[in-house]
Design a protein around this ligand. Structure first.
Ligand SMILES: [Zn+2]
Ligand SMILES: [Zn+2]
Ligand SMILES: [Zn+2]
Length: 238
């Protein structure tokens, strides 16, 4: 966190050094990113992602959409618009936020976006089938995504039973856990741990972690078998 001197923000452990939450999902032929954070440009440079087929958005909060402008580099090399999958609510926010990309009169160099409206129906991006999972962030609906046996859920505070059913049977689940203490719009670590147990998922990684969580090495040690805090650069093969 900017300006913070806490033990996490000043830690020399690389796993305590986090950018905003996002994942890259790759098959043999298709590369997708879930959310374009304010750190999107650096994340793509850091991970050396030369080609990106699509962006999937979970919800319109700034920490999940702010980096979209930088898809212009992919537009430039592919000579194609970026395929962006989002629900209506998120599309409205993106159009406001990046109004210049959707204006009647545009200028060269703006990001080019091709929206696909998604809701709760499964869809396919390239060769990757995607099942949206509805979760709630206080009152805001947020989309989680299940890709085969891997499910990614961020910014959730509650999940209804029907949607829990879509997550069950995943081999790996990534779930948000902000800190140990209760929070109004995010799962706390104890809540996330309980949910993983309830769902019976064998392998879980917690993400969207605040510096208030404490040091990675210490928190990680205390987690139940099969559960870990995620870290920047973590790769999971499913
Ligand atoms: Zn701090
Ligand atoms: Zn959010
Ligand atoms: Zn967030």
């Amino acid at each position: 966190m900017i300006g913070c001197d806490c033990e996490v923000c000043t830690s020399t452990d690389k796993k305590d050094n986090r950018l905003r939450s996002s994942i890259l999902v790759q098959s043999k032929t298709t590369t997708i990113v879930v959310d374009t954070t304010p750190d999107f440009r650096y994340q793509m440079l850091r991970a050396n992602v030369k080609h990106l087929d699509a962006v999937l958005f979970t919800h319109p909060h700034k920490d999940h959409i702010a980096g979209l402008d930088d898809v212009r580099a992919y537009n430039f090399f592919s000579k194609k618009p970026m395929e962006v999958y989002a629900n209506e609510m998120t599309q409205q926010a993106v159009k406001k936020e990046f109004h210049y990309a959707f204006a009647e009169k545009t200028y060269p160099g703006i990001p080019k976006i091709n929206f696909h409206t998604i809701d709760l129906e499964p869809f396919i991006v390239g060769d990757i089938p995607v099942i949206p999972v509805l979760v709630y962030h206080i009152q805001m609906p947020v989309l989680g995504f299940r890709f085969g046996d891997f499910t990614y859920i961020t910014d959730a505070k509650t999940i209804e039973e029907d949607e829990m059913q879509k997550i069950r049977g995943s081999e790996v689940l990534t779930l948000n856990a902000l800190r140990k203490e209760e929070h109004i719009s995010h799962f706390s670590l104890p809540q996330a741990v309980d949910l993983v147990k309830e769902l019976g998922i064998p392998s879980a990684y917690f993400t969207h972690i605040s510096h208030q969580m404490g040091k990675h090495s210490e928190v990680n040690k205390a987690l139940p078998e099969g559960m870990q805090l995620a870290w920047d650069g973590l790769c999971v093969t499913v």
